[in-house]
Design a binder for this molecule. Structure first.
Ligand code: KG4
Ligand code: ZN
Length: 327
């Protein structure tokens, strides 16, 4: 079964064609980073308008690169939330029109479940497993018990991990988004140079808002340019320690035997290395998507859609966008 996926929930216009839920035939992503970077964050109206301009070219490119025609597509998967409402509507309505015109099934895909499914791309992972999803809007531990079953085990009580990276990046005067910039700087810094708090939250929940305040204190105290890599490395280490610690504890307490990572922050080198080392030490197989499948993309949406359609689900043309976060 060949699925065309569309993703426009934030500032990436993306389309992908995948076969059998796992084999990527094409994965096209147009980033709007340059449009938003003067504002230090994503501007919803600019994002929606940018998607309208790009969507047709991006979908056509995905079909071309996969060397398929619309007649080869067996179903359509569109991200319909969470995200920016205006942005979501562009991709969702484009997918609806294609499904209607070509008389093929359409499914709305929950963006966070899509991130999880990035772990199925070019991989043999099968549920059950535990997945840490760390993105710009979410930090959430999910128990994935089947292809259609996602159970929230823990989530952030305030900022998402990616949001903390981006806010601290701004404090350090780095370009938006701060996550990849801090990751780069951290490679040459000392992770124990500064003390950042590891928030103690009950159960498997997280809290990252205190890190921002701690970073502001550190930046105020020191000559920041001289020690930027050390601040970045110390901050990153604090985030990574908590993410790895809680995920592994949840895995052990709940009896899962495989771990997966997902979301933009899963590109982070410090996180990937620490999670791999800990999983190796515990004898737990770890799955991490390639970085291009960690940040927003449509291959992950197509994969989630494949498993929904294969399970018999089809949404009607009344499908709507839902902006609210997964809680
Ligand atoms: O999953 P994603 O592409 O979009 C959302 O669904 O939010 O995640 C974007 C987030 C941003 O906060 C960005 O700073 C962060 O992922 N990010 C990183 C890295 N690459 C992207 N954070 C830390 N280290 C990275 N290498
Ligand atoms: Zn995302």
């Amino acid at each position: 079964m060949i699925i065309l996926g569309i993703e426009t929930s934030c500032d990436e216009t993306a389309a992908a064609v995948i076969e059998g839920g796992r084999r990527v035939l094409s994965n096209i992503i147009a980033s709007q980073t340059e449009l938003h970077s003067p504002f230090g964050g994503v501007v919803p109206e600019i994002a929606a308008r940018g998607h309208i301009e790009a969507i047709r070219y991006i979908v056509d490119s995905a079909l071309d690169e996969a060397t398929v025609n619309l007649s080869d597509i067996d179903g359509y998967a569109v991200a319909n939330g969470p995200g920016l409402a205006g942005a979501l509507l562009v991709g969702m309505n484009y997918g609806k029109a294609l499904a209607y015109a070509n008389k093929k099934p359409l499914v709305g895909v929950q963006h966070i479940e899509g991130h999880v499914c990035a772990n199925y791309l070019d991989s043999g992972l099968e549920p059950p497993f535990l997945c840490l999803v760390v993105s710009g809007g979410h930090t959430i531990i999910l128990g994935v018990d089947d292809y259609d079953s996602y159970r929230i085990i823990g989530s952030t009580r305030d900022d998402a991990a990616g949001e903390a990276f981006d806010k601290v990046g701004r404090l350090l005067g780095l370009p938006f988004p701060g996550g990849p910039e801090i990751d780069k700087l951290a490679r040459t810094g000392q992770p124990d140079a500064y003390t950042f708090p590891r928030a103690k939250v009950d159960g498997f929940d997280f809290s990252f808002s205190g890190l921002k305040t701690a970073a502001r204190d550190v930046v105020g105290r020191v000559e920041k340019d001289a020690v930027l890599p050390d601040i970045a490395a110390s901050f990153q280490q604090a985030v990574v320690d908590v993410l790895v610690g809680k995920t592994i504890k949840a895995c052990e307490d709940l009896g899962y035997t495989q771990v997966a990572l997902a979301g933009g922050v899963a590109c982070n080198h410090g996180l990937r290395i620490a999670m791999q080392d800990t999983c190796n030490a515990k004898g737990l197989p770890l799955f991490m998507p390639k970085p291009i499948y960690c940040t927003d993309n449509a291959a992950m949406i197509a994969s989630r859609g494949y498993f929904a359609i294969a399970g018999g689900r089809a949404d009607g043309l009344e499908l709507n966008a839902f902006p609210q976060k997964m809680t």
